[in-house]
Design a protein around this ligand. Structure first.
Ligand code: SAM
Length: 238
């Protein structure tokens, strides 16, 4: 079913501009109108963001460091990065997500008198990650690979690595036996708000894709809650 309806990317774009935007805006937000599953995912995801901030800052200050946040969603990573002084270029395939991220960043970083909590406001652009160019000290891509099969993910990883000078942080849903099983059970009993297809990635496959372009994994992290599974890796030039 990979290429049905113009391919995964068109399906993903359409989803995150419409029903997926509504669903994820709620999950990534702060309001109470979420169910137990959504709340669990919200908490799991915030843990991933926290882990990314720890991995990044333990290597030194982010002041003046250029960071590309590829597939930025509602800006949940871009905002703390900017607060720490990073020069953030954030982008997403979904125009709806980018508009929401801009709004969130203004609310979080600008006070009513117009002064800013961030030395540099993040710059937001609508773009799929495959079209990004330029060079950044750090590239981060969180919870995006889940929308693509490994055959596509390899090229995406290679492209993201080509944009990064020093490090690349990626998170993905790990293909472990247990989660694989859960997912299959999920497919047998699809829920009402079943989203797009979810693709799991074996850590070894992600590592191989990185190695192919001359990168090695330096740090690893994992967040698992009841409904949220995300493996985080930090890669550096080998
Ligand atoms: N990275 C954000 C975070 O962790 O808060 C958002 C994660 S959300 C699950 C996945 C995001 O990836 C969506 O906002 C979606 O629009 C975006 N996305 C999916 N495919 C993309 C692509 N090919 N290029 C850029 N963004 C993409």
């Amino acid at each position: 079913a990979e290429e049905v309806g113009g391919g995964d990317k068109e399906v993903v774009r359409e989803y995150f501009n419409n029903s997926g935007f509504q669903r994820w805006k709620k999950i990534y937000g702060e309001t109470d109108d979420v169910n137990k599953v959504q709340l669990d995912i919200r908490l799991g995801h915030s843990k991933t963001v926290e882990n990314v901030m720890t991995m990044l800052t333990e290597e030194g200050s982010l002041e003046g460091v250029t960071v590309c946040d590829a597939g930025c969603g509602t800006g949940l990573l871009s905002i703390p990065l900017a607060k720490q002084g990073a020069i953030v270029s954030a982008s997403d395939i979904s125009a709806a997500m980018v508009a929401e991220a801009e709004k969130q960043a203004r609310e979080a970083l600008l006070s009513s008198d117009g002064s800013s909590l961030a030395p540099v406001m993040p710059k937001f652009t609508v773009s799929d990650l495959e079209s990004l160019d330029g060079k950044y000290h750090t590239v981060v891509c969180l919870d995006v690979l889940i929308h693509y099969p490994q055959s596509k993910a390899d090229a995406m990883i290679a492209h993201l690595a080509s944009l990064a000078d020093e490090r690349l942080l990626l998170s993905f849903a790990p293909k472990t036996f247990y989660y694989d099983l859960l997912k299959r059970v999920g497919e047998l009993f699809p829920g009402p708000s079943k989203a797009t297809r979810a693709y799991l990635h074996a850590e070894a496959d992600v590592e191989r894709a990185l190695q192919k372009v001359g990168w090695r994994i330096r740090k690893r992290g994992l967040v698992t809650t009841q409904f949220y599974f995300s493996k985080l890796v930090e890669a550096v030039p080998a």
